[in-house]
Design a protein around this ligand. Structure first.
Ligand code: GLC
Length: 564
């Protein structure tokens, strides 16, 4: 039988920002339940809910202190059961976000490890002796963390040991070489599968195994003595056997496993993980198609230097496409760790045109699409004017220190963050034009994007037949129909005019042939069209400008066509 997720439309919910049901300014599970009908109407039938387990919220719930209970900010365990029940009644499946690469430092395992270095729990973490140099105790090696610090922190209660944390010091890495630790996670997964959860998004899974030699990175360390070299702890071969064991002992074949694999994973390696019937995970997320405009790490660039490289974008989708023959694939523009796609590849000046264009381009490529909450109404990056507004994410506090120390002034940091920071994708969902965009009656934990007053909200878009929201719903209904789903999943995809620098166009041939033509520029471009047009399925403008086999494409204009 075909795997169910091949026919699903996914939707990413960052729960703190989706809907507050109890008036504390914080989104919660009750809020998601309230909006299930909205999601069903939209056509979504698979939710990936970012972490909801007990957490001190140092890294928005990716720092778990108790895997068996829902954090009170999000509700209760009963609320989770209710959410699963209500979602299933509406034909919506639910994935939970499971972080196994690290726990919070307040997890009882780590507390026990701190209290007794010889405890069983100390063996759940990666604890190594430091090095002495000139009478000074240095970390075991020069590895830096993703969160702008050394990857090692002194292990309390010891004279000379450190624990590893590839993210924040408040998130000690777990030791997957230890079978007892692995078993703990299998048990957690089984617990939630029994509760009715349909799958897991496996957070930071590419870091589960580390270079066992724990030798220094060959990259030059900074003046503090460390350097971020993800190769020391990314995509190592041991992960495959860990995940196979997870599949065997933790979850059945019908449970969807979505793995977050970082950027360096290559398509060939990914097939080991995700080939049907062979690989332990079902959908591999890499981020090859996320930053194709030079915005990543772009603090030194002016805004006008950020430009979508359409050819590299096509390349980055197509280099993964061969995998679709043997693996199921996800499709996405961004998630809670990236800027909003509308601001990355689209434009707020052409909000409606570019939001529709981006969605159409993605939807008919290949694989299971995931919408990041709010993309369906054209939510865009924040316009915050104060550094403080960004500090709701602790990771930004560390990064701020680092950037200031490197000599950047606040104005430069602000410009950079408004362009590339992950808080852009974490602001409250904009439900209507009332106070706090209808997200909460209380002051939201993070500032709402002001554009909810300019029509970027669900209620007003529902009333407008030409809105982004209605377009999404209509496009999804096509994508889900048996014919289009079959073309997308089993057809043959080819890019048309690969070297066109502005237009992303492709043909998808199945029982019939469809063609998508998308202008990625805020200005008019031309596209040669040598096909026989049968029908226009989706279009984000009025009127067709086609003569002598040349389309004139207006800013962000996009067509989905049927070809004879
Ligand atoms: C993943 C999450 C990110 C988090 C990190 C550490 O990359 O998506 O939000 O900060 O893991 O858990």
């Amino acid at each position: 039988m075909e795997a169910w997720w091949r026919n699903s439309i996914g939707y990413i919910i960052y729960p703190a920002s989706f809907k507050d049901s109890n008036g504390d300014g914080y989104g919660d599970l009750g809020g998601i339940v309230e909006k299930l009908d909205y999601l069903r109407e939209l056509g979504v039938d698979l939710l990936w809910i970012c972490p909801i387990f007990k957490t001190p919220m140092h890294d928005s719930g990716y720092d778990v202190s108790d895997y068996y209970h829902v954090d009170p900010r999000f509700g209760t365990d009963e609320d989770l059961s209710k959410l699963l029940h209500e979602a299933h009644l509406r034909g919506i499946r639910v994935l939970l976000d499971l972080t196994m690469n690290h726990t919070s430092d307040l997890h009882p395992w780590f507390m026990k490890a701190k209290a007794d270095i010889n405890s069983k729990e100390a063996g759940y973490y990666i604890i190594k002796k430091g090095r002495w140099a000139d009478g000074k105790l240095l970390p075991p090696n020069n590895w830096g963390s993703f969160f702008s610090t050394s990857a090692w922190e002194r292990m309390p209660g010891t004279d000379d040991s450190f624990y590893l944390h590839v993210f924040s010091p408040a998130m000690p890495d777990t030791n997957w070489e230890n079978p007892e630790l692995r078993n703990e996670y299998f048990k957690i997964a089984r617990h939630y599968v029994e509760m009715g959860v349909d799958g897991f998004r496996l957070d930071a899974i590419s870091h589960l195994a580390k270079d066992p030699s724990y030798a220094d990175s060959p990259l030059p360390a900074g003046k503090e003595g460390y350097v971020l070299d993800p190769d020391r702890f990314s995509n190592r071969p041991e992960i495959l056997s860990y995940l196979r064991e997870f599949r065997e002992k933790g979850v059945d074949e019908n449970t969807l496993l979505v793995g977050e694999f970082g950027g360096s994973l290559q398509p060939g390696e990914a097939r080991l993980y995700s080939d049907r019937g062979r690989g332990p995970v079902n959908l591999v997320f890499n981020f090859d198609t996320v930053w194709n405009n030079g915005a990543y790490g772009s603090i030194d660039k002016r805004d006008d230097e950020i430009r979508t490289d359409v050819i590299s974008l096509k390349n980055n989708f197509m280099r993964w496409y061969p995998n679709a023959a043997t693996s199921d694939m996800p499709l996405y523009w961004c998630n809670h760790d990236h800027p909003r796609v509308l601001s990355q590849y689209g434009s707020v000046e052409y909000r409606s045109e570019s939001a529709k264009m981006l969605f159409t381009t993605l939807l008919f490529l290949y694989g299971t699409p995931f919408i990041h909450y709010g993309d369906e109404i054209g939510m865009s990056n924040v316009t915050y004017s104060k550094i403080e507004d960004f500090l709701f994410d602790d990771a930004n506090r560390d990064s701020l220190k680092e950037l200031r120390a490197a000599g950047y002034d606040d104005e430069t940091i602000l410009r950079f963050w408004r362009r590339a920071n992950r808080i852009n994708a974490r602001t409250p969902m904009q439900w209507n034009r009332h106070e706090n965009a209808g997200f909460s009656h209380a002051k939201p934990w993070v500032k709402v994007n002001d554009n909810y007053r300019e029509g970027v909200n669900v209620q007003e878009e529902m009333e407008d037949p030409y809105s982004i929201l209605n377009y999404f719903q209509y496009a999804i209904s096509f994508r889900k129909s048996a014919t289009y789903n079959d073309i997308v999943n089993n057809g043959r995809l080819e890019i048309v005019d690969y070297n066109h620098p502005d237009v992303f166009a492709y043909l998808h041939r199945g029982s019939s042939t469809i063609m998508c033509i998308s202008n990625f520029r805020p200005y008019q471009v031309y596209f040669t069209f040598n096909y026989e047009l049968a029908d226009i399925v989706l279009h984000n403008y009025d009127g067709v400008l086609l003569s002598n086999h040349v389309f004139t494409l207006r800013p962000f204009e996009c067509y989905l066509l049927k070809i004879r």
